[in-house]
Design a protein around this ligand. Structure first.
Ligand code: SAH
Length: 220
C-alpha cells in the first residue's frame, strides 16, 4: 500500500523527517501516523508555485478559497481516529487536495471520500492514482448527508466545520465507531470526537481548531 516516492529528492525526504520530529514534539506520538507522514509526499498535493512550502507546519491554499490542512491537524485527526480501534472502513468529508485522504489510505483498509467542489475532487483523483492508492473511492457530492450506500463506517473524519454535529453522519457509524470533526463557527471551533453509542452519541471536545466551514450544496 506504500506509495512510490520515486523522483522525490533527498531534500524533501530530510525536510519531511524534520516535520515529523516537530509533530512528535507537539504531542503526536502515534508511530503509525508519523511513519506515514514521513513517507507521503505532501508537495505533490500543492500547486508547483507552493510546493516548496509543503513541509512547513502551515495550512496552504489549494484554490476555491479552500486550504490543505496544517500537518499538525492532519496528524492529530488521524491519530484520534485510529485511537478508536478497528478502523477498516472510513469516510472522509472534504477531500480537498487529497493529502489527508492519502494518509488515511495507508492506515485503514478502505477510504471513501466526498468533496463538494468538482475541480478539487478531480485533481485529488489524479494525485491518488499517481501514488497508486487504489483503496480510495471518491465522490462529488455534499457530505452533510454522508454516504449511506457505503455505511456503516468504523470511522468518519470531517475536514471542514459544521456549526453542530450532523446527525446523519453519526447515524452512518457502527455502534462504537467514531466521528472526528471540528464543530463551531468562524469565531470558535472545537476539534471533537463523537462516539456512537447504543442509544445515541457522546461528544468529547479535544482542543480549539480553525477549519473552513462545512457548506451545503455542490460546485461543478
Ligand atoms: N483534507 C483536505 C482539507 C481541505 S479543506 C486536504 O487535506 O486538503 C476542506 C474541504 O472540505 C474543502 O475542499 C471543501 O470544499 C470541502 N467541503 C466543505 N463542505 C463540504 C461538504 N458539505 N461536502 C463535501 N465537502 C465539503
Amino acid at each position: 500500500m506504500r506509495p512510490n516516492v520515486n523522483g522525490i529528492g533527498m531534500t524533501s525526504q530530510r525536510t519531511r523527517a524534520r516535520l515529523v520530529e516537530r509533530l512528535f514534539e507537539q504531542g503526536i506520538t502515534d508511530i503509525r501516523v508519523l511513519e506515514v507522514m514521513r513517507t507521503t509526499p505532501r508537495h505533490l498535493f500543492l500547486d508547483e508555485a507552493l510546493a516548496h512550502r509543503a513541509y512547513e507546519d502551515a495550512s496552504l491554499p489549494i484554490g476555491f478559497n479552500q486550504t490543505l490542512s496544517q500537518p499538525y491537524t492532519v496528524a492529530r485527526m488521524t491519530a484520534l481516529l485510529l485511537a478508536g480501534g478497528g478502523m477498516k472502513r472510513v469516510l472522509e468529508v472534504g477531500t480537498g487536495s487529497g493529502y489527508q485522504t492519502a494518509v488515511l489510505a495507508q492506515l485503514v483498509e478502505e477510504v471513501y471520500s466526498i468533496e463538494r467542489i468538482r475541480p478539487l475532487q478531480e485533481r485529488a483523483r489524479l494525485r491518488l492514482r499517481e501514488l497508486k492508492l487504489h483503496n480510495v473511492t471518491l465522490r462529488h457530492g455534499d457530505g452533510f448527508g454522508g454516504w449511506a450506500a457505503k455505511a456503516p463506517f468504523d470511522g468518519i473524519l470531517t475536514t471542514a466545520a459544521p456549526r453542530a454535529v450532523p446527525q446523519e453522519l453519526v447515524e452512518q457509524l457502527r455502534v462504537g465507531g467514531r466521528l472526528v470533526i471540528p464543530v463551531g463557527d468562524d469565531r470558535r471551533q472545537q476539534l471533537s470526537v463523537v462516539t456512537r453509542t447504543e442509544t445515541g452519541f457522546e461528544v468529547r471536545e479535544v482542543e480549539p481548531a480553525r477549519f473552513v466551514p462545512l457548506l451545503s450544496g455542490m460546485v461543478r
